[in-house]
Design a protein around this ligand. Structure first.
Ligand SMILES: Cc1cc2nc3c(=O)[nH]c(=O)nc-3n(C[C@H](O)[C@H](O)[C@H](O)COP(=O)(O)OP(=O)(O)OC[C@H]3O[C@@H](n4cnc5c(N)ncnc54)[C@H](O)[C@@H]3O)c2cc1C
Length: 365
């Protein structure tokens, strides 16, 4: 069947081919390039699904799927806008105020908003409802005190999304509230955390009596748990959950084309088949988002299968580049991929936790 978005795909492909990109894995998390992001904004490729009245493209999630797929296939540097575009804009559309929509969405579409996601804490990662960061009501707003960890891009952020406890309830899932805090608010300290190869992309964020006005509450006070779990459908269900190591796969294919090897070809064939299945799942998810759904379980399934695929791509590359004499560029990408894969099945919810999300949804209540 003909691709209904073929024209769009060709446009993006032509743009990335001209852009002089040095491909890297995990380019949505490690590829911070504000100029590149703003160029994408000028081309209408950020906030594509947002309504036009807020500067968006008024297009479908399936069209966004096409654009994000082409950008990650090229290993393009898209970190600067990724989180804002993927989940903060959609959250503001779902639960935000009219004022927040009018103020923030056009800036996201222009590529001017960098968001650090302040969810995890030292005692609250998988068990997110255990957050200890507390927001206390003060005159006209809230005072937030606590500490977040592993906050990607906080050192570049214009805004910090903060999940904080604002009250107690019968269960720990009650009394949580989401905030979108201006990153230059007094009382915020960002400390770097280096990853296993010494790169700086995530951080510790200390919040010490940070005064946040009421209009920075996202959605309903106390309804943070429901809201954040819906947000995870956007966070877990995109192409970045199986294309983070695509540059390694592409390098392997080029290598095997130059140095044919039967066993290597068979392994690549298996990966190609799995990638096709993951794409179908990704498209199904984009379609569900277009219907206004928050397909939490489907997104968990995509992330679970996708991150396993990413690991297998790198494992296969160790073999293929050995038997097929891969070139320097292929080896650069393999080394880069080895640094990326350990985090893939942890960030955004570990695989063990995703099994629970999927199985709980299947069990009769
Ligand atoms: C590259 C990277 C980027 C990240 N970026 C961000 C970010 O921007 N913002 C942010 O807030 N966080 C971020 N994180 C943090 C990430 O979301 C957490 O690391 C993750 O949720 C796991 O939490 P934890 O580290 O506290 O591990 P734990 O929750 O302590 O888990 C440790 C181990 O125990 C297992 N486990 C835990 N609970 C269960 C259970 N109930 N059943 C079975 N097994 C269980 C886990 O699967 C894991 O293997 C990032 C992490 C990585 C690796």
């Amino acid at each position: 069947m003909a691709d209904p978005h073929d024209k769009l795909r060709r446009e993006v492909r032509a743009f990335v081919a001209e852009a002089g990109i040095v491909a890297r894995n995990d380019s949505w998390l490690r590829g911070y390039d504000p100029d590149f992001t703003r160029e994408l904004g000028r081309r209408g490729w950020i906030g594509m699904t947002y309504p036009t009245e807020y500067g968006g493209g008024g297009r479908s999630n399936t069209e966004r799927f096409v654009v994000t797929e082409e950008l990650l296939r090229a290993g393009a540097p898209v970190t600067a806008h990724w989180t804002a575009d993927r989940q903060i804009g959609p959250t503001i559309l779902r639960v935000g105020t009219e004022g927040q929509r009018a103020e923030i969405l056009p800036k996201i579409c222009r590529g001017e908003v960098v968001v650090g996601l302040g969810l995890s804490e030292t005692e609250a990662g998988s068990d997110l409802a255990a957050v200890r960061t507390r927001a206390t009501a003060i005159d006209g707003g809230w005072s937030i005190t606590g500490a977040k960890v592993w906050t990607t891009s906080a050192h570049h952020a214009t805004h910090l999304y903060i999940l904080a406890r604002t009250g107690e309830g019968a269960s720990k899932h009650e009394g949580l509230t989401e905030f979108l805090v201006d990153a230059d608010t007094p009382g915020i300290t960002v400390r770097p955390i280096l990853d296993l190869v010494g790169e700086h992309h995530f951080n510790e964020v200390i919040l010490d009596d940070v005064h946040v006005p009421d209009d920075r509450v996202l959605g309903t006070v106390g309804a943070g748990w429901k809201q954040v779990t819906e947000q995870l459908a956007f966070e877990r269900g995109g192409v970045e959950r199986y294309l983070s190591t695509y540059p390694v796969l592409a390098a392997m294919i080029r290598t095997v084309a130059r140095h044919p090897d039967r066993a290597a070809t068979e392994r690549l064939g298996e990966l190609a088949a799995r990638l096709t299945a993951l794409r179908q799942l990704g498209l199904q998810l984009a379609g569900a988002l277009d219907q206004g759904e928050a397909p939490v379980r489907l997104a968990a399934g995509l992330k679970l299968a996708g991150t396993r695929f990413e690991k297998d791509v790198v494992e296969t590359a160790r073999y293929v580049l050995d038997v097929c004499e891969g070139d320097t560029e292929a080896h650069r990408l393999l080394v880069d991929g080895l640094a990326v894969v350990p985090g893939a099945s942890i960030r955004g919810g570990s695989s063990e936790v995703l099994y629970t999300v999927i199985s709980r949804a299947e069990l009769p209540r």
